[in-house]
Design a binder for this molecule. Structure first.
Ligand SMILES: [Zn+2]
Length: 205
Protein backbone atom coordinates (compact mmCIF):
# COMPACT_ATOMS: atom_id res chain seq x y z
CA UNK A 1 0.00 0.00 0.00
CA UNK A 2 1.25 3.53 -0.63
CA UNK A 3 2.51 5.52 2.31
CA UNK A 4 0.39 8.45 1.29
CA UNK A 5 -3.35 7.98 1.17
CA UNK A 6 -4.97 10.88 -0.70
CA UNK A 7 -7.08 13.11 1.49
CA UNK A 8 -9.76 15.56 0.45
CA UNK A 9 -7.36 18.44 -0.05
CA UNK A 10 -5.16 16.42 -2.32
CA UNK A 11 -8.10 16.57 -4.61
CA UNK A 12 -9.09 20.19 -4.98
CA UNK A 13 -10.08 21.37 -8.45
CA UNK A 14 -7.63 24.22 -8.60
CA UNK A 15 -6.42 25.13 -12.05
CA UNK A 16 -2.87 25.66 -10.90
CA UNK A 17 -2.98 22.81 -8.47
CA UNK A 18 -4.30 20.16 -10.81
CA UNK A 19 -1.03 18.91 -12.34
CA UNK A 20 0.66 18.45 -8.99
CA UNK A 21 -2.39 16.94 -7.39
CA UNK A 22 -2.97 14.63 -10.28
CA UNK A 23 0.59 13.40 -9.97
CA UNK A 24 0.15 12.71 -6.29
CA UNK A 25 -2.94 10.65 -6.88
CA UNK A 26 -1.56 8.81 -9.87
CA UNK A 27 1.62 7.96 -8.02
CA UNK A 28 -0.53 6.23 -5.47
CA UNK A 29 -2.36 4.34 -8.17
CA UNK A 30 0.87 3.32 -9.86
CA UNK A 31 2.08 1.66 -6.72
CA UNK A 32 -0.86 -0.66 -6.82
CA UNK A 33 -1.26 -1.32 -10.51
CA UNK A 34 0.46 -0.04 -13.63
CA UNK A 35 -2.11 2.08 -15.33
CA UNK A 36 -2.97 3.13 -18.83
CA UNK A 37 -5.48 5.67 -17.72
CA UNK A 38 -3.44 8.75 -17.08
CA UNK A 39 -4.84 10.61 -20.05
CA UNK A 40 -8.33 10.09 -18.69
CA UNK A 41 -7.61 12.58 -15.96
CA UNK A 42 -7.04 15.39 -18.37
CA UNK A 43 -10.60 15.98 -19.63
CA UNK A 44 -11.66 17.03 -16.17
CA UNK A 45 -9.98 20.32 -16.58
CA UNK A 46 -12.27 21.16 -19.46
CA UNK A 47 -15.15 22.05 -17.22
CA UNK A 48 -12.97 24.61 -15.51
CA UNK A 49 -11.08 26.13 -18.39
CA UNK A 50 -13.88 26.68 -20.87
CA UNK A 51 -16.80 29.06 -20.83
CA UNK A 52 -17.13 32.29 -18.94
CA UNK A 53 -14.82 31.19 -16.18
CA UNK A 54 -11.87 30.88 -18.52
CA UNK A 55 -8.99 33.21 -17.67
CA UNK A 56 -8.55 36.10 -20.07
CA UNK A 57 -5.07 34.96 -21.03
CA UNK A 58 -2.56 32.31 -20.16
CA UNK A 59 -0.99 34.37 -17.42
CA UNK A 60 -4.25 35.29 -15.76
CA UNK A 61 -5.05 33.26 -12.71
CA UNK A 62 -8.62 33.28 -11.55
CA UNK A 63 -9.72 31.57 -8.40
CA UNK A 64 -11.58 28.43 -9.51
CA UNK A 65 -14.10 28.73 -6.70
CA UNK A 66 -14.95 32.22 -7.96
CA UNK A 67 -15.11 30.97 -11.56
CA UNK A 68 -17.21 27.84 -11.08
CA UNK A 69 -20.53 29.63 -10.34
CA UNK A 70 -20.25 31.41 -13.70
CA UNK A 71 -20.52 28.05 -15.45
CA UNK A 72 -23.70 26.10 -16.02
CA UNK A 73 -24.54 23.54 -13.37
CA UNK A 74 -23.53 20.73 -15.73
CA UNK A 75 -20.24 22.28 -16.81
CA UNK A 76 -19.32 23.39 -13.30
CA UNK A 77 -20.56 20.17 -11.68
CA UNK A 78 -22.67 22.31 -9.38
CA UNK A 79 -25.12 20.31 -7.30
CA UNK A 80 -27.05 23.19 -5.74
CA UNK A 81 -26.94 26.97 -5.59
CA UNK A 82 -27.96 28.95 -2.52
CA UNK A 83 -28.04 32.64 -1.76
CA UNK A 84 -24.61 32.80 -0.09
CA UNK A 85 -23.00 29.45 -0.91
CA UNK A 86 -23.07 26.69 -3.50
CA UNK A 87 -22.35 22.97 -3.50
CA UNK A 88 -20.03 21.52 -6.14
CA UNK A 89 -18.51 18.13 -6.84
CA UNK A 90 -14.81 17.72 -6.27
CA UNK A 91 -13.06 16.97 -9.57
CA UNK A 92 -10.85 14.41 -7.89
CA UNK A 93 -13.17 12.79 -5.41
CA UNK A 94 -11.81 10.88 -2.49
CA UNK A 95 -15.06 8.96 -2.72
CA UNK A 96 -17.82 9.14 -5.26
CA UNK A 97 -20.09 11.99 -4.23
CA UNK A 98 -17.33 14.00 -2.54
CA UNK A 99 -18.59 17.55 -2.72
CA UNK A 100 -17.69 20.93 -1.34
CA UNK A 101 -19.80 23.75 0.09
CA UNK A 102 -18.30 27.05 -0.99
CA UNK A 103 -19.25 30.68 -0.32
CA UNK A 104 -19.65 32.73 -3.48
CA UNK A 105 -17.56 35.44 -1.87
CA UNK A 106 -13.79 35.13 -2.15
CA UNK A 107 -12.98 34.73 1.52
CA UNK A 108 -10.15 32.76 3.10
CA UNK A 109 -10.90 32.47 6.78
CA UNK A 110 -13.93 30.97 8.48
CA UNK A 111 -14.01 33.79 11.03
CA UNK A 112 -14.48 36.28 8.20
CA UNK A 113 -17.77 34.76 7.06
CA UNK A 114 -20.88 36.87 7.58
CA UNK A 115 -23.71 35.45 9.65
CA UNK A 116 -25.80 34.65 6.56
CA UNK A 117 -22.81 32.90 4.97
CA UNK A 118 -22.13 30.94 8.14
CA UNK A 119 -25.76 29.91 8.44
CA UNK A 120 -26.13 28.78 4.85
CA UNK A 121 -22.80 26.96 4.84
CA UNK A 122 -24.06 24.94 7.80
CA UNK A 123 -27.45 24.43 6.16
CA UNK A 124 -25.89 23.26 2.90
CA UNK A 125 -23.65 20.86 4.80
CA UNK A 126 -26.77 19.28 6.29
CA UNK A 127 -28.48 19.17 2.91
CA UNK A 128 -25.40 17.53 1.41
CA UNK A 129 -25.51 14.80 4.04
CA UNK A 130 -29.21 14.25 3.42
CA UNK A 131 -28.73 14.07 -0.33
CA UNK A 132 -25.77 11.71 -0.07
CA UNK A 133 -27.61 9.42 2.33
CA UNK A 134 -30.62 9.29 0.05
CA UNK A 135 -28.68 8.93 -3.19
CA UNK A 136 -25.91 6.58 -2.12
CA UNK A 137 -26.72 5.26 1.35
CA UNK A 138 -23.58 6.85 2.77
CA UNK A 139 -22.76 5.24 6.11
CA UNK A 140 -20.58 8.03 7.45
CA UNK A 141 -18.94 11.30 6.50
CA UNK A 142 -15.72 13.22 6.77
CA UNK A 143 -16.64 16.89 6.97
CA UNK A 144 -14.35 19.81 7.45
CA UNK A 145 -12.22 22.67 6.26
CA UNK A 146 -8.48 23.16 6.06
CA UNK A 147 -7.66 26.75 6.95
CA UNK A 148 -4.47 27.88 5.25
CA UNK A 149 -1.93 26.15 3.08
CA UNK A 150 0.01 24.98 6.11
CA UNK A 151 -3.07 23.01 7.15
CA UNK A 152 -3.35 21.37 3.77
CA UNK A 153 -5.77 23.63 1.95
CA UNK A 154 -5.33 23.27 -1.78
CA UNK A 155 -6.97 26.61 -2.53
CA UNK A 156 -6.29 28.47 0.68
CA UNK A 157 -7.54 31.83 -0.54
CA UNK A 158 -11.15 30.68 -0.87
CA UNK A 159 -12.49 28.54 1.92
CA UNK A 160 -14.49 25.41 1.20
CA UNK A 161 -16.14 22.80 3.35
CA UNK A 162 -15.49 19.22 2.25
CA UNK A 163 -18.26 16.68 2.60
CA UNK A 164 -16.91 13.20 1.89
CA UNK A 165 -19.29 10.24 2.09
CA UNK A 166 -17.85 7.07 3.57
CA UNK A 167 -18.76 3.45 3.40
CA UNK A 168 -17.33 0.56 5.34
CA UNK A 169 -14.07 -0.59 3.76
CA UNK A 170 -13.95 2.18 1.17
CA UNK A 171 -10.44 3.26 2.10
CA UNK A 172 -9.14 -0.16 1.13
CA UNK A 173 -10.33 -0.31 -2.42
CA UNK A 174 -10.55 3.35 -3.30
CA UNK A 175 -6.92 3.71 -4.42
CA UNK A 176 -7.54 0.95 -6.94
CA UNK A 177 -10.97 1.81 -8.23
CA UNK A 178 -10.68 5.55 -7.69
CA UNK A 179 -9.23 6.07 -11.13
CA UNK A 180 -12.48 4.91 -12.67
CA UNK A 181 -14.55 7.33 -10.63
CA UNK A 182 -13.19 10.51 -12.08
CA UNK A 183 -14.40 10.14 -15.64
CA UNK A 184 -16.35 13.26 -16.63
CA UNK A 185 -19.46 11.31 -17.51
CA UNK A 186 -19.51 9.59 -14.15
CA UNK A 187 -19.06 12.91 -12.39
CA UNK A 188 -21.87 14.29 -14.53
CA UNK A 189 -24.07 11.38 -13.54
CA UNK A 190 -23.18 11.88 -9.90
CA UNK A 191 -24.08 15.55 -10.15
CA UNK A 192 -27.52 14.77 -11.56
CA UNK A 193 -28.24 12.16 -8.90
CA UNK A 194 -27.23 14.47 -6.06
CA UNK A 195 -29.00 17.48 -7.52
CA UNK A 196 -32.19 15.42 -7.70
CA UNK A 197 -31.75 14.23 -4.11
CA UNK A 198 -30.88 17.70 -2.80
CA UNK A 199 -33.46 18.77 -0.15
CA UNK A 200 -35.41 21.82 -1.23
CA UNK A 201 -37.33 24.28 0.89
CA UNK A 202 -36.74 25.72 4.33
CA UNK A 203 -33.35 25.50 6.05
CA UNK A 204 -32.52 22.17 7.63
CA UNK A 205 -32.83 22.52 11.38
ZN1 LIG B 1 -12.32 32.81 -4.94
Amino acid sequence: MPDHVPGPDDLDPGQNDIPARRDVVLDDVYEIAPDGFQRLWMPHRLAYIKGEGKPADASAVECPFCAIPKLSDADGLIVARGTEVYAVLNLYPYNSGHLMVVPYRHVADYTDLTDPETDELADFTKRAMIALRQASQAQGFNIGMNMGGVAGAGIAAHLHQHVVPRWGGDANFMPVVGRTKVLPQLLGDTRVVLADAWPKGEPQT
